[in-house]
Write a protein that binds this ligand. Sequence first.
Ligand SMILES: [Zn+2]
Length: 204
Amino acid sequence: MDPRLAKFLQTNAQWAAAHQHENPIYFDQLKAGQKPHALLLGCSDSRVSPSVVMGAELGEVFVHRNIANVVAHSDLNFLSVLQYAIEVLEVREIIVFGHYGCGGIKAAMDDEAFGLIDNWLANIKDVMEFHAKELDAITDPQLRHDRLVELNVLAQIKNLQQTSVIRKAIKKGITIHIHGWIYDFSTGHIKVVYEPANEPAPQL
Ligand SMILES: [Zn+2]
């Protein structure tokens, strides 16, 4: 076996034994069911592990990840996750979890052809086109990238609000709070870019 993978399995065995030792009913409690506090939509990037950087315990966060944390209305995978989270798990907090230094955002900005993924990145290009005036005015490429990361999170919040799942929940009188957070892996800190208490919808 690949030595790094073998190490992962070894570490897992130690981790499981340590938890079992520390709390003999730890795994029984997890087995009993989940009642996560939030649904998180994050990027697949290996440097972004939301539960790790937020110190979330197992069972606390229901997670979906894709390239550049996109909400696409044709994505049955994410929409199923969303429906299950809202209707079955009764999650009421949703975090759109972007990150600076996002390769998906960069690829969309650089406009290079990568094949199949270009179709996915078209979702980001839509955000870019919508905000072309603001983005074109930023001359520093790094700052322009950072701004697109932020605009993408806000755009995905808006997309979330337009999903049939969220609309249905609102019709039923259920309040869903959608938060926009951006992780910076160069510092380890999370920046809050959108809080539902502050305004009814992202200002785009
Ligand atoms: Zn990313």
